[in-house]
Every structure is written in C-alpha cells, then in structure tokens.
Design a protein around this ligand. Structure first.
Ligand SMILES: *Cc1c(COP(=O)(O)O)cnc(C)c1O
Length: 527
C-alpha cells in the first residue's frame, strides 16, 4: 500500500521508522524545511544599515535599469540560515563516502585550503602587473614543472579550466598542427567506452566522430581501429585507464598506429589517479592529455566547478599551445600574452587570464605534501581499494570484464534481472543508506552499469561498511522486496525528481504570484 506521497504506509520492518508521519512544520528533526528565499522576503527588511547613496549623474547613456530587480528583502540571519539549510540538504565528500565512478571524489586535505587562503595568494588579482606577482608566476611554473615530470611530457598548457576544456585545448592544438602542415583532416576516432566529453569535443571542433567498438575484454577493438585509420584521421581520443576501469594494454601500439597515418594521440587523462607515479603517459606515445587537477590532485569539485584541466603536450603539439603562458628569463617571470615570438604558432586564447590560480595552489600543496613516494602510493591505494570492493561484491554482482581493475570497479545489472528493481532503484536505496550512489548507466557498453570509484582516501572500515550495505540491498532486491526499492529514497529531503523534465523545461526565474503585468512577469516570459 502506498499513500498519496508514494511512501509505503507500513514500515518494512518493525525497527524502521514510519516515514509517512508528517510533522506540523514539515521539518524532520534536524532536517529543516525552508520556503524559497524569494518567498521569505518582506519589503523593507534589511541585513545591513547603510546610508542612502549620494545622487550621481548616470554615465550609462540611458541603459540604466528602469525598475526594481526583484531581489527579496531579507535579514542577515535569514540569509545565513537559508544557505546553511540548503548546504545540509546536499551531499558532500566532507559528509560521507562518495563512490561516484570516473569523478575521483577523494578527500581534499585541509592543508591545501590553508595555503590557498594565505593573504599573499588569496588576495591576488589577475590584472596586477607581473612585477608584483613574481611568486605567483613561479608557483604556476613549479606546478607546470611537476606536471611535466609526472607525465614525462615536454610541455604543458596551464590555462584550460576543466577536463572538457582541456580536451578542447588538445583538439584545437591538433587541428592547428595539421593546418600548419597545410592539411585539413576530417575524422577523429573515439572508442565506444569514451567519456561523453570526448566525442562532444571532437564534434565541437568540427570533426566527424567515428566510434570504435570495444572488445569482449573491455579494451578497444584493435582490428576495428586499424580498419578505420586513414589519411583523413586527425587523431584518436582514448581514455587510459578507460571508463571500464581497465588499462588499455595496446596503448603503445595505438599511438604508433595513429602516428603512422599522420594523426595525433589524444589521451583523456582524467583517470591519472590510477597510474600516478607508476606510468608516464609520455612513454606511451601520447601527444596531448588533460590532467584534472580537481580529481587527481584533489581540489574540491562537484556541482559544476571549480576545476582546472592543464594539458600536457608532445614536442609536435607544443608550438600550438594557447596563450598566455609563463616564461622565465633574465628579468624573472613573465606572461607571454601575444601571438608572436615563442607563441607565433599558438592557436590563440581559450579564456581570460592564465588559468585557475586557486586550483593551482591547492594542487601544488597536495603534490608537495605527498612527495614522490606519497604520489605513487595514491595510485597503489586507489587501485587496491577498487579491487577490495570488486572482490567484496563479486559473488553478488557480475563484473562484465574479468580480472583485476584499476581505480574503479565496474558491475552490470544481471543480478537484478527479473527482480523489477533497476540500477536506478538500487542507487535510490543507497541514498537511504547514507551513500552518494555510484556512477550509473555509464559506460554505455555495459547493461545497467554501476561504476564504483572508492579512491585511496577511504579506510578499510568505510569500504567494509559500504560492501555490507550493498550486499544487504542486493539480498533485499533478490528476495523480492521490490516495493521498497521503487519507493526509495524515503529519507532524503527531496525524493524522486523529474530530472528529465527539469533539464528539458528549466524554470530559472522565480515569478511572484502577485506579478501579473509588471516587468518581472514580462522578463520571465521573454527568457
Ligand atoms: C571527469 C572526466 C572528464 C571531464 O572533466 P571535467 O573537468 O568534468 O570537464 C573527461 N573524461 C573523463 C574520463 C573524466 O572522468
């Protein structure tokens, strides 16, 4: 029996609370409900007392705003409580285990935060004269040095602001390199198991995306790859370790084969966490690879940012790197801002300024606090933890590809077959157990995929509890407790949302119920 909110009217077992009981306030213990911030506003209420500004003559040439902008009037405690409550409805790596595959949600050490907030670094402005920011430029240069050393690559472009932005940088460098040779190539090969940003990047740069199937063992099909190679191929975009959590064993051969037809090897390096200090991408024939500082080098991420995606480049692609970049000469550190001299062949500028300084500081602090031995141990522990989960669940869940995995364990949904419970339902039940779900339905090459990346920063106790919770849920699903899963999550502040509807028809603007024909309503209708 379900009540009108889709919750079971009977608790599943006696010890479980009856969550259908509604409180007077809508609050559930420490889980506090709030109206929208716009609904809380009361005209005339203020948080700070400030004198009315002196009248000034407008210099906007008639472009100044004519009406109110419709922000709510609130007191300071109202604003504070609103955002604190919102933050408590969200899940965070600082709150609990976050095994989201391919995202490397590991602990962000507080030393990084402390260093990034030092006044000399935190208060910098990107438009300061370079003579006043020599230390900051040196920091960018040091980080660049370590990224090149770790990857065994001769050059690095520091400005890209995310992994996907790094891919754009790499593919634009590939295009510029071909154009410099008077060639215009039209196709980029992308394996089926690729992260979605890979084909999107190639398409955005105007290339035809040619998909290469995966073999039965989860690696790229080498015969299909060989068949697709030709003089119109600009390059291949390969993730290594790939999104099945597997090392592409033929990676060196792939590099040689694409070079033979005059193409370049773009390696998606977002999963560097798995091979840090163990394998140097430069030794594998890579021409361009982005490094997600926010993943491997632990800067806070999720919910869309911030990020940093420096791209290491081979000698063949280095001349085409974007401006600006840091140089070091007789007069200290400087920024190359123009497409001349050392940057004569640069494909241009990707963003304002030189990159994500706050992420650079955190990443360098992370590297230096770990040292070379610590960085190597990251990869070893990340792989160990993923395999601990793989083995801990192997009698309950099917691994589509046999053998040892890298930093993430991949399962399919064959256990759930015939239970009426889907990967999605299982993920929703994990929320009730207090876990952020794993990555679901990705990679696409596996049915009902569950991609679990524990990262190295989780303890054995955390992994054991997680494995226990998963085994418990899988037993429940196979024992026929389907309804429990269909109504999950029961304990989340919001339950099942129409995510597709929200993405297709985003409502981005609040309109006062009283607003009928005023500016607010017309603006909203226009947007
Ligand atoms: C995270 C990730 C990306 C994209 O990185 P963003 O910083 O989110 O743009 C690309 N490829 C792989 C394999 C990733 O895991």
């Amino acid at each position: 029996m379900l009540n009108n909110k889709g919750r079971p009217t009977q608790p599943t077992t006696q010890s479980e609370p009856d969550v259908s009981i509604d409180t007077f306030t809508g609050n559930k213990g420490l889980e506090l409900e709030s109206p929208l911030i716009f609904e809380q506003g009361v005209p005339g209420r203020v948080g700070v007392d400030m004198a009315d500004p002196e009248p000034v003559k407008s210099r906007l040439g008639g472009l100044e705003r004519k009406g109110p902008i419709g922000l709510p009037d609130l007191s300071e405690p109202q604003v504070l409580r609103h955002f604190v409550r919102l933050s408590r409805q969200n899940y965070a790596i600082d709150a609990g285990f976050y095994p989201l595959g391919s995202c490397t949600m590991k602990h962000n050490p507080r030393i990084n935060e402390k260093v990034a907030r030092l006044a000399g670094l935190g208060d910098l402005h990107p438009m300061q004269p370079t003579s006043t920011v020599q230390g900051a430029l040196e920091l960018i240069n040091s980080l660049a040095h370590w990224l090149k050393t770790i990857t065994g690559m001769p050059a690095v472009a520091m400005s890209p602001a995310a992994g996907a932005h790094g891919e754009l940088c790499g593919v634009m460098a590939i295009r510029a390199a071909h154009e410099a040779k008077g060639e215009s190539r039209t196709r980029i090969l992308v394996p089926e198991s690729a992260h979605g940003t890979n084909p999107a990047t190639a398409a955005l740069c105007g290339y035809k995306v040619d998909s290469v199937p995966a073999r039965k063992d989860g690696r790229m099909d080498m015969d299909a790859f060989a068949e697709k190679l030709g003089p119109d191929v600009a390059g291949v975009m390969l993730t290594n370790p790939n999104t099945c959590g597997l090392f592409e064993t033929d990676v060196k051969k792939i590099a040689d084969m694409v070079h033979e037809v005059g193409g370049y090897f773009y390696c998606d390096g977002a999963n560097l966490n798995a091979i840090l200090g163990r394998v140097r991408p430069g030794d594998l024939g890579v021409d361009a690879m982005h490094i997600n500082l926010h993943k491997t080098f632990s800067t806070p991420h999720g919910g869309g940012g911030p990020g940093a995606g420096p791209v290491v480049l081979s000698d063949a692609l280095a001349p085409f790197a974007p401006i600006p970049f840091v140089t070091h000469g007789e007069n200290g550190f400087d920024l190359v801002e123009q497409k001349s001299g050392a940057a004569a062949q640069s494909f241009g500028r990707m963003k304002g300024y030189h990159g994500q300084m706050g992420m650079f500081i955190r990443a360098l602090a992370y590297m230096q606090s770990h040292g070379a031995d610590g960085l190597r141990q990251i990869a070893e522990d990340a792989v160990l933890n993923a395999n601990y989960i793989r083995v801990g669940l192997q009698d309950k869940l099917n691994s589509p590809f046999s053998g040892i995995c890298m930093h993430e364990a991949l399962f399919d949904d064959s256990t759930l077959k015939g239970t009426g419970v889907t990967t999605l339902d299982l993920a929703k039940a994990m929320i009730d157990e207090g876990y952020h779900p794993m990555t679901m339905y990705f990679p696409l090459v596996v049915h009902g995929a569950m991609l679990i990346e524990p990262t190295e920063s989780e303890s054995r106790q955390t992994l054991d509890q997680f494995i226990g919770a998963m085994r418990h849920l899988l037993d429940k699903a196979t024992a026929g407790e389907t309804e429990y899963f269909l109504s999950a999550p029961l304990f989340a502040p919001r339950r099942r949302l129409d995510e597709t509807g929200a993405a297709r028809n985003p409502v981005l603007r609040w309109v006062s119920p009283e607003a009928t024909d005023n500016e607010d309503a017309s603006l909203s209708a226009a947007s």
